[in-house]
Design a protein around this ligand. Structure first.
Ligand SMILES: [Zn+2]
Ligand SMILES: [Zn+2]
Length: 139
């Protein structure tokens, strides 16, 4: 994904901070919040503000580069993978991971069959305790 080209073609300025924010999201596997990205980037980008991260994410969402996830902790988590897929959130450490093996399309079909709605999307987040937290608790 050539993020600079996408930004330019949508009429947005390409700035080093915007590139860094996208790269940080892309390399994170925990579906970070704006705060998490801010703390990751702060050491290398001391002039970056949390507001910049929020604003940049708004732009990314508008042009379809990120999906905003509501996962039940009242904070927006960001996902660079905009295809429909399910998530699982650890109720202890609050990380959010992709959930493999859940047939998202089948769930949408069931929802459509069980209602008069034409289903256009879904946000499914399971909750649980991740292996790392489970290990810590068993000690
Ligand atoms: Zn955990
Ligand atoms: Zn995801």
């Amino acid at each position: 994904m050539d993020i600079a080209r996408v930004l330019r073609s949508e009429g947005f300025k390409v700035t080093p901070q915007r590139i860094a924010i996208y790269d940080a999201l892309r390399s994170a596997h925990n579906h970070p919040t704006a705060e998490m990205i801010y703390h990751t980037l702060r050491p290398a980008h001391p002039s970056m503000s949390l507001a910049t991260v929020y604003k940049t994410m708004e732009i990314f969402e508008k042009i379809g580069l990120v999906k905003v996830l509501e996962v039940g902790d009242e904070r927006a988590h960001y996902d660079w993978d905009t295809d429909t897929h399910s998530h699982v959130r650890c109720i202890r450490c609050n990380k959010v991971e992709d959930l493999m093996g859940v047939d998202s399309k089948a769930i949408s079909e069931i929802a459509e069959q069980g209602s008069d709605y034409h289903i256009t999307g879904q946000q499914i987040t399971f909750e649980g305790i991740c292996p790392e937290c489970a290990k810590k608790e068993s000690h």
